[in-house]
Design a protein around this ligand. Structure first.
Ligand code: CTP
Length: 406
């Protein structure tokens, strides 16, 4: 595809370098049209080197080849990232005082904008009005996401990640469909919390990063994803929440997570990446429990077993459905991760079980992971060490393998 990437004057322009790189790497011809302001953040040599094409901001360059409209006419897709409040206002008004303005007016290709600005500017009625007008005209808007902004502020205004912008833009242009397109997928992530009283709970150390990466990788490859998130930080969830292929549903306890997952038992693939509490408190106290009146310096909490969601999904599995579990293990002496995992795979009966080793200083919070994926009879399908996203991609490769072999 012939893709024109407009870059406007915001610090997020540095992330657009990665977007252009991804577009070039996936075989597209990319022409970058920065505004003068954008060049104060990232300069012409960078854009030229990364896009492999000359870059200009002026309507007075290359006049013989009517460059001010030629790029827009040739484009199959236009992306403006970051799109500042000023540029969005100019687009709404149809101003054409630079090459980006003329190119936008000359194109009939899908236009995708990735706004980036401070929260106040995003929420200003003028910007809101401009966004409504642009949307009405068919402009596709990706983001902005909630998160840290320059100067220590935080709130909605952060430009979406390059990978998300790429997914949205390629989908808008009817671009190459991913190998999971057409699949409906449910992924649970995070850790459930079982209340003891209104103040306290029994929880676990899962950050939800691996599950969120699994959801994002699926959406990136074209699946329609429901992400059931149990106590995942907003920061970890931000990219998934902003991805148009992902719907986030929140759950607190194991029972809530079970209900949320079961609302989608018609999904083609269910991945239980959440750390689900095996037990809940038998009687949750209505009031905060107090030491007052407690007798001998100890208390006893009665726990009852929660339903094993994964096991019940396996039991109720419909034809063509793939159910995947995760198992975070701490192998003891003389025992390997695989030994433990194989026993669990046999017990759980899921089509695939992703095993990873955890410990006091291993596995949680980290951005890297190492996973061995076994099938229901314990055969190793895939082993992968890398970022949580790498591991997620490998898991989807394994899912496709078992689905093809059925
Ligand atoms: N799981 C679940 N429902 C539960 C507990 C676990 O669906 N009540 C799922 C998890 O989401 C995960 C898999 O089962 O995909 C394995 O979780 P894990 O806690 O390792 O398994 P347990 O059966 O609880 O085994 P263990 O004896 O090691 O606690």
């Amino acid at each position: 595809m012939f893709v024109v990437v407009g870059v406007t004057g915001g610090i997020a322009a540095y992330k657009t370098v990665q977007l252009v790189r991804l577009l070039v790497k996936t075989g597209h011809e990319v022409h970058v049209v920065p505004t003068d302001d954008a060049l104060r953040f990232v300069g012409t040599p960078t854009w030229e080197a990364i896009s492999r094409h000359p870059v200009t901001t002026s309507v007075h360059d290359d006049v013989a080849r009517v460059r001010h409209v030629a790029l827009g006419q040739a484009a199959d897709l236009m992306i403006v990232a970051p799109a500042t409040a000023n540029t969005l206002a100019k687009m709404t008004a149809g101003l054409a005082d630079d090459l980006l303005g003329t190119t936008l007016l000359a194109t009939t290709a899908p236009v995708v904008v990735a706004p980036a600005m401070h929260t106040e500017m995003w929420r200003h009625p003028a910007t809101a009005h401009n966004m409504a007008t642009l949307r009405e005209r068919g402009v596709i808007v990706v983001g902005p996401e909630e998160g840290e902004l320059t100067g220590g502020d935080s709130g909605p205004g952060r430009m979406s990640e390059p990978e998300t912008i790429l997914d949205v833009a390629l989908a808008a242009a009817g671009g190459p469909r991913g190998d999971l397109s057409g699949l409906r997928v449910v992924v649970s992530a995070g850790g459930t919390r079982e209340p003891i009283d209104p103040v306290r709970y029994i929880g676990n150390r899962s950050s939800g990063r691996q599950g969120v990466a699994v959801a994002l990788a699926a959406a990136h490859r074209g699946a329609e994803v429901v992400l059931v998130a149990a106590h995942v930080d907003d920061g970890v969830l931000a990219e998934a929440s902003a991805h148009p292929g992902v719907r986030v549903v929140r759950a607190g306890t194991a029972a809530e997570l079970g209900a949320a997952v079961r609302a989608h038992t018609d999904a083609d693939v269910i991945v239980m990446a959440a750390a689900v509490a095996d037990y809940r408190v038998a009687e949750v106290s209505e009031l905060k429990r107090s030491k007052e009146g407690a007798s001998d310096g100890a208390i006893t909490l009665d726990l009852v077993e929660n339903e094993d969601i994964l096991a019940s999904l396996v039991k109720g599995k419909r034809g063509g459905q793939t159910v995947v579990g995760f198992a975070a293990e701490t192998p003891g002496d003389g025992e390997t991760l695989l030994d433990r995992g194989r026993r669990k795979a046999a017990r759980k009966g899921a089509d695939l079980l992703a095993l990873n080793e955890v410990g006091w200083a291993k596995g949680f919070e980290a951005s890297d992971n190492a996973v061995t994926v076994v099938d229901a009879v314990g055969t190793v399908v895939i082993e992968r060490r890398g970022t949580k996203r790498d591991v997620a991609e490998a898991l989807w490769d394994a899912v496709l393998t078992v689905r093809q072999n059925k």
